[in-house]
Design a protein around this ligand. Structure first.
Ligand SMILES: Cc1ncc(COP(=O)(O)O)c(C=O)c1O
Length: 424
């Protein structure tokens, strides 16, 4: 799919769907229904992705093996549980542009962020600050501030938060890089969301990493809103670490296991300090049950516990579909689909609402954030009652994301009709 001269009529949306090579994937997801049993217009994949219809089979297989084999399933299940998480390694590495040894699927995002900071945030007297975006996702703020306090520093003097310029909604990459250039020698850790959760803005992750490393800072990324949404090249961009969750664009289900990236240059450094658990211990001697910890090579060396099979199984269902669809094709459709949404919104944008997400496709993913200065959460609730699922972020932002794997152009068209009615 390529950029198109968009049109406002319904027949244009239907014609685009007919031409869409990814269209068959839609049938492979469960869509929530309205009380009158109609399919919802679901534009909330930035919050919780839909359930692939194959999830049940993936879980049933493990339930059957558990019933039939008990503990023997660890080594003799059809997909043995001890290395079960590795079924996701190659696909995950491909999705985020990493080497397989650089990624592991484990825990959840905030837990992984703490594990990464335990290793990579090593504040010293002259270099103790963390730089992050102002208004970062609250869990990231809590995690970062608690780490600062844990090391005996004070967020009031150790946390730098950079925001948009006066009157602007999004950060400027050059402002971030200027700040790093000016204050980098006091910054221990630079920690940004690759895609901002509130505005949908994509940051220049490579540029920030480069600027940070030039000043001797460690660079970490929260990719909650990036994984499965935009193409990533983590190995080449070379941040020190990254973390993400799998329940948004990756459709792994509520609270699904998250992902973690540790760059290859740290892989061999078994001596890096970390919070250890037995699953991070060298697998060849793990079951010898010795007292001393010898980490596995790569990101797997940060694992703590044996993997939760029933949380990984749904993710396998979705990742198999991602592999089939291909991130290149998904991104190609996403650019057109979100461009179409923007085009339709702009037909009526004005004092009642504005789009705060950047308009350049390379500075955004699937999501558009709409600021409604005169509205409140009631708009979102009215839309839900009309079968439209997006979400509201206080004080005045409505977020929607047409997801290329399962949303159609007609979804976007229908959304627009109901949205304009709901705010009129
Ligand atoms: C940007 C961002 N960071 C962190 C989190 C917290 O994730 P978890 O609850 O998996 O720790 C979220 C959850 O939505 C998020 O969007």
């Amino acid at each position: 799919m390529s950029a198109t001269a968009f049109e406002t009529g319904e027949d244009f949306a239907l014609a685009m769907d007919t031409k869409d090579p990814l269209r068959p994937f839609r049938e492979r997801f469960h869509f929530p229904k309205t009380t009158s049993r109609e399919e919802c217009v679901y534009l909330c994949g930035h919050s919780l992705g839909l359930q692939p219809k194959t999830v049940r089979n993936y879980i049933d297989e493990e339930l059957r093996d558990w019933a039939a084999l008990g503990v023997e399933g660890h080594f003799h299940a059809q997909h043995p549980w001890v290395p079960y998480h590795r079924l996701l390694t190659d696909q995950t590495a491909g999705l985020v542009g990493a080497e397989p040894s650089e990624v592991v699927v484990m825990n959840s995002l905030t837990v992984n962020l703490h594990l990464m900071m335990a290793t990579f945030y090593r504040p010293a007297k002259q270099r103790h600050k963390i730089l992050m975006e102002r208004g970062a996702f609250p869990s990231d703020q809590y995690a970062v501030k608690s780490q600062i306090r844990f090391h005996g520093f004070d967020p009031a003097s150790s946390l730098i938060e950079i925001g948009p310029r006066e009157g602007e909604s999004c950060l400027r990459d050059e402002d971030i890089e200027d700040l790093i250039g000016r204050e980098g020698n006091a910054i221990a850790l630079i920690m940004f969301g690759g895609v901002n959760y509130a505005t949908g803005q994509v940051l220049d992750m490579q540029g920030i990493t480069k600027a940070g490393h030039k000043q001797g800072c460690v660079v970490g990324l929260d990719l909650a809103h990036a994984a499965g949404n935009i193409p990533l090249q983590l190995h080449d961009w070379a941040p020190d670490f990254a973390v993400w969750c799998s329940y948004k664009y990756l459709n792994g289900g509520p609270g699904c296991v998250g992902g973690c990236f540790v760059h290859e240059r740290h892989a061999a450094e078994g001596s890096l300090p970390r919070f250890a658990g037995w699953w991070g211990h060298d697998e060849k001697s793990r079951f010898k049950m010795g007292p001393d910890f010898h980490p596995m090579h790569g990101a797997e060396g940060w694992q703590l516990s044996n993997p939760p099979i029933f949380a990984l199984a749904p993710l396998r269902a979705s990742m198999d579909m991602f592999a089939e669809a291909g991130m290149d094709r998904l991104r190609e459709k996403s650019v057109v689909l979100t461009g179409y949404l923007e085009f339709l919104l702009k037909q009526q944008a004005g004092p009642r609402f504005s789009i705060i997400t950047p308009s350049e496709p390379e500075r955004r993913g699937a999501q558009l954030s709409i600021r409604l200065p005169e509205a409140d959460r009631g708009v979102c609730e009215r839309l839900v009652s009309q079968g439209v699922v997006g979400d509201w972020r206080e004080p005045d932002t409505y977020r929607i994301a047409p997801v290329p794997l399962y949303n159609s152009f007609h979804d976007v068209y229908q959304f627009i009709q109901r949205f304009f009615r709901a705010i009129s």
